[in-house]
Design a protein around this ligand. Sequence first.
Ligand code: 13P
Length: 253
Amino acid sequence: MNKASNTKRRQLVVGNWKMNGNRCVNAELLAKVMTSWQGEHRAEVVVCPPYPYLQHTHELIAGSSILLGAQNVSEANDGAYTGEVSAQMLADLHCKFVIIGHNERRRMQGETDEQVAQKFMAAQRANLIPILCVGESLEQRENGQHLTVIGQQLQSVFSHTGRAVFAQAVVAYEPVWAVGTGKTATPQQAHEVHHFIREQLGEVAEVVRILYGGSVKAHNAEQLFALTDIDGALLGGASLDAEEFLKICKAAD
Ligand code: 13P
């Protein structure tokens, strides 16, 4: 399934490996993926390994069309921030993308909307493409607050940057209740939120890629990709399995 004929936006599949893998496992995974994903494709594919494996992953994907991304970035440019990694460092390590405000960081590391906005700006200062994650908790959805919450998450970035800079950014809708749970948003739920996000993007709405994330697997990817406002996927578990990952990349291609 592809929508290349009816949208200007290139489909994008991002594998967020989270805190998984090692040199051996990563090499095996990418060798399998690259055997079936050679040359140029309509869909763009990005892998986001943990920080220590960025350089190794860069070497493994050299010569392929697969691009490199990171899972997080510091909002600061440099200085006394023990354990942090700057956007300039990620760019220096050949990253093109960086995930910002993933719900696991918002929930487990207490990242605030304001911090997420600062990270978004830090990424853009280093010419990285931020993948801004937004999404509601189960409680917020059950209370009918999902659009309000997502609107606030977007607004906190817009209030610093305006909307035009989103022409060089990606937004990912990840409902917290769908991440790692095996529950996926229904096409209707995903459509409602993606359409809402696109409306919020104002003048650049038509060029911004909006990904869906949360238990995307080979068996449900095509149905999600068929929706006009879904421009690809942000994958967790499925990106660790070469066969599953490839099927999803091909569904987006
Ligand atoms: P799962 O695909 O494992 O649900 O994870 C989604 C995610 O959090 C990607 O960033």
